[in-house]
Design a protein around this ligand. Structure first.
Ligand SMILES: CC(=O)N[C@H]1[C@@H](OP(=O)(O)O)O[C@H](CO)[C@@H](O)[C@@H]1O
Length: 387
């Protein structure tokens, strides 16, 4: 399911649909497809909405990942179950697994699929214990895996379980009977309550391992961290030139990267291609830098993510920020923790962007600014209204 507009991830989703936001410099959905391929799920159907063409362009027919991908576009918003109904012709022959295109995970999906095949419920929901499940659907499950209650986004007094739905479902084609065609219909809000009221069986399975949906910038940071932690040992890949930088892996680096003298890189770090790093630059653990970036002398990049074509001026400090494509940050700027800067932004020298501030695309910030609140570009809001 790749249809969502990713409103909570703005300004990043003005340029990339959620499944295309880069994780370790690759669209996040590519990691998901590669995981599915490794697990032996090789027939994939993607339901597309907001900026769907971008996703199709990036993945093609899937043969590069050892899978076959079919695409189904939604002309109007159909909700999660309605979107699956719209793809029924590809799904009607055998049980299938439903995932969000923005899921980042390391779960044994085969185990879940086998459980579904061995039991007789038309739907099996993947459940995870979560401390604060208010952002999720919660389920009450008995010892035989049968779900008796399900509540979407419970309020503080309504939490009867800490078992949260991952939004990963294994479904038998028989569910199509209960989903109306061409109409907005949701698994969590419509289908599950209908099934429970009609005494139809819904099973749950407890999944183990890493799972998040990249819905918010906090979840996005978490997902990048997991993937950086999974980089193998001290690997240094790709070819780069340096005079006397100090480099500590794990580091994954693209071709044609140039690192100046006396710079220090402490992994895990991923760097794309054709990026130039000046002298006396510090790049700290959990940083990802895209391709064609320029980082000038004496800059510091600490657990931050720079997309492609980003320039960071001399002596600037990016600490726990995300900077989208084609953005230029002047000299001696400071981006505090949790800042998210959209694409094609210009930040004048000696400016401070305070903690948690977001800056919409194509905004120009004057030099010597101190920005404490989100800066919106109303052209973008208007163009994306209702999406
Ligand atoms: C209406 C709906 O589909 N809700 C799902 C879905 O919520 P979103 O807020 O739409 O991401 O994904 C959650 C898992 O991330 C799941 O717990 C919840 O039940």
């Amino acid at each position: 399911m790749c249809g969502g507009a990713g409103t909570r991830l703005r300004p990043l989703t003005f340029k990339h649909p959620k499944p295309s936001i880069p994780i370790l410099n690759k669209p996040s959905v590519r990691h998901l497809i590669e995981h599915l391929s490794r697990e032996g799920f090789n027939e994939i159907v993607m339901t597309l909405g907001y900026m769907g063409e971008r996703i199709e362009e990036q993945l093609g027919d899937g043969h590069m990942f050892g899978v076959h991908i079919d695409y189904v576009y939604e002309k109007e918003k159909l909700g999660t179950a309605g979107g699956i109904k719209n793809a029924e012709k590809y799904l009607k022959d055998e049980p299938f697994i439903v995932l969000g295109g923005d899921h980042v995970l390391n779960l044994d999906l085969r185990e879940m699929y086998r459980f579904h095949e061995a039991n007789d419920a038309p739907v099996t929901i993947g459940l995870l214990s979560i401390d604060d499940p208010r952002e999720f659907g919660i389920a009450d499950m008995d010892i035989n895996n049968r779900i008796h209650r399900f509540l979407e986004k419970p309020k503080a007094g309504q939490i009867f379980s800490n078992l949260a739905s991952t939004g990963i479902y294994v479904c038998s084609p028989s569910i199509f009977e209960w989903i109306p065609e061409g109409k907005k219909y949701d698994f969590a809000k419509d289908l599950f309550p209908f099934m429970l009221a009609a005494d139809k069986k819904i099973n749950g399975v407890l999944v183990r391992g890493q799972w998040t949906d990249v819905g918010s910038s906090a979840a996005y940071r978490q997902a990048q961290r997991w993937m950086l932690d999974a980089l193998p040992g001290t690997t240094i890949e790709g070819n780069f030139t340096t005079r006397n930088a100090r480099i500590k892996g794990p580091l994954s680096i693209g071709n044609n990267v140039c690192i100046g003298s006396n710079s220090s890189l402490v992994g895990p770090i991923v760097i794309g291609e054709n990026t130039t790093i000046g002298d006396n630059v510090l790049i700290g653990p959990y940083s990802v830098i895209g391709s064609n970036c320029t980082i000038e002398d004496n800059a510091k990049i600490l657990s931050s993510y720079l997309f492609d074509n980003v320039s960071i001026g001399k002596g600037s400090n990016i600490s726990g920020g995300v900077v989208a494509d084609d953005t230029t940050i002047g000299e001696h700027c400071f981006l505090e923790n949790g800042t998210v800067i959209g694409h094609k932004v210009l930040i004048g020298s000696n400016s401070t962007i305070h903690s948690g501030v977001k800056i919409w695309p194509e905004v120009v910030i004057d030099k010597d600014s101190s920005i404490k609140e989100t800066v919106i570009n109303s052209d973008y809001d208007a163009a994306h209204e209702g999406s």
